[in-house]
Write a protein that binds this ligand. Structure first.
Ligand SMILES: C[S@@+](CC[C@H](N)C(=O)[O-])C[C@H]1O[C@@H](n2cnc3c(N)ncnc32)[C@H](O)[C@@H]1O
Length: 213
């Protein structure tokens, strides 16, 4: 996977910020209820990091449970919207692939982010996550099930083309989640992962480092 597509997907989400909620979630009120239900099930207590927070629909729900919450995203335009939604959270504009911190977190969460991580960066990303977790910490993630993949315009291996309302087109990374494949892949990297479905479209995963690996 070329770095160009990884950079292009940041430009895409920056330009999409103002239309993201309506085009990604449709009925935002219904999405908020669904998100609040799932976050309550996740019980994200303690110090929480949210990666790729976008416009903050998950951030506001996480903030209701977390002791402290840091949310990062590469798009300042989405962070500006998220700040309004979750005024109690701390925000940082950051490219997650280049981001480092001395902090550790009890929960690291990301929604609709793992499917944008190309295979070439997958092992390094999970090594990064391991360093971000406290002892006993866990990763929680939400993403789209592989059954949803026909909705995209595929233009290459792990690459789809998206069109904005102004007609602009962008290539981004997309890898829908096949639960068994992902669980096996993470096991190979030293993670114990459980995945469940919510509806036909979403999967929820919880991953913990295997002790001693
Ligand atoms: C599909 S959106 C998900 C937003 C939010 N988590 C949600 O579920 O509504 C993907 C997000 O990833 C962010 N993103 C893309 N590349 C990134 C990178 N390299 N580092 C950090 N964030 C990135 C985009 O700006 C965008 O907000």
């Amino acid at each position: 996977m070329s770095d160009d597509v990884v950079a292009e997907q940041v430009r895409y989400y920056r330009r999409r910020a103002g239309e993201y909620d309506a085009t990604a979630y449709g009925d935002v009120g219904a999405a908020r209820e669904r998100i609040a239900r799932l976050v309550a099930r996740m019980r994200p207590a303690g110090r929480v990091l949210e990666i790729a927070c976008g416009t903050g629909l998950w951030t506001e729900a996480l903030a209701a449970h977390a002791e402290s919450l840091l949310a990062i995203d590469a798009a300042p335009e989405t962070i500006a919207i998220a700040r309004e939604r979750a005024p109690g959270a701390a925000f940082e504009v950051a490219d997650v692939f280049a981001w480092t911190t001395a902090e550790q977190f009890d929960v690291v969460f990301f929604s609709a982010w793992l499917s944008h991580v190309p295979d070439s960066r997958f092992p390094a990303f999970w090594a990064q996550l391991r360093g971000l977790l406290t002892d006993g910490g866990r990763v929680w993630f939400l993403d789209e099930h592989v059954d949803e993949q026909a909705k995209e315009a595929w233009v290459g291996d792990q690459i789809v083309e998206r069109t904005l309302q102004d007609g602009g087109t962008f290539r981004i990374v997309k890898q829908f989640i096949d639960p068994a494949t992902l669980v096996g892949r993470l096991r190979g990297l030293g993670w114990d992962c459980r995945i469940e479905r919510d509806g036909t479209d979403w999967i929820l995963g919880e991953a913990r480092p295997v002790a001693g690996r």
